[in-house]
Design a binder for this molecule. Structure first.
Ligand SMILES: *Cc1c(COP(=O)(O)O)cnc(C)c1O
Length: 231
């Protein structure tokens, strides 16, 4: 597993470089090491190199890994969350990147109140990168979801997340990422809130995402290697 140590070092310096060349402060860009499908030993290896933020796709995997690993790890749930797993999710992960409906949002808010928790929430939005639509999403639906998030008292609404289409070309990726940033700016203005976090960019496109304002990049393959099964 020595490759993890080397690849992590490489990614870190490449993130720094991308931030600097975009005229940004490298400390603004945080690495979420996506450990899905990899065993706790792989997480340990990255942990021993100082990595503290890890991302998982599934509550079931969090249930296995959290108790097996040090308590000062900050776990981020980045994959789709089913309502019936929301309680487990907020007990295990302090950040949820994938809140995509008002129903799920309200459920998380209620469960957080009942359990005296205050999860950090990002809203996951689909942004179209097609030239003709120039990074537009369903603006009304996005605003309705954001308004609901602003009204929730037991969550900490921190920003937005998106996944770019995996086969997109650079231009399209750029439109998706800048589209998410623009939407964030409009939400901040409309509801007078601060939304500092933009979770965007994965192994293949994180440099572009950083140029467009990412504050969390979610990187799996480039650190841990190819996953042996899809998840
Ligand atoms: C798996 C996954 C990633 C990491 O993807 P890589 O291409 O392996 O870096 C990032 N975000 C989400 C939501 C994922 O499911």
């Amino acid at each position: 597993m020595n490759h993890i140590k080397e690849q992590l070092a490489e990614i870190r310096s490449s993130i720094k470089e991308a931030a600097k060349s975009a005229g940004r402060n490298p400390a603004e860009v945080k690495l979420v090491a996506v450990s899905k499908t990899f065993p706790p030993e792989a997480v340990s290896m990255a942990y021993s190199e100082g990595q503290r933020i890890f991302g998982e796709n599934k509550v079931q995997e969090l249930e296995v890994k959290c108790p097996a690993l040090p308590g000062d790890i900050e776990w981020h749930l980045i994959g789709h969350l089913q309502s019936n797993k929301a309680l487990k999710a907020i007990n295990l992960a302090s950040w949820i990147h994938s809140v995509d409906s008002i129903k799920l949002l309200k459920r998380i808010d209620r469960l957080a109140e009942e359990n005296s928790l205050k999860p950090n929430i990002l809203l996951e939005l689909n942004i179209s990168g097609e030239g003709s639509k120039f990074g537009l999403t369903d603006e009304k639906a996005a605003m309705d979801l954001a308004e609901a998030a602003v009204e929730c008292k037991n969550i900490s609404f921190k920003g937005l997340m998106t996944m770019a289409p995996f086969d997109a070309e650079e231009n399209e990726l750029r439109n998706v990422f800048s589209g998410l940033r623009g939407l964030r700016d409009r939400i901040e203005k409309k509801f007078s809130v601060k939304l500092p976090e933009l979770s965007m960019g994965m192994s293949s496109d994180y440099k572009i995402a950083i140029e467009e304002g990412a504050t969390f990049v979610r990187i799996g393959t480039a650190i841990f290697g190819k996953r042996s099964y899809a998840i």
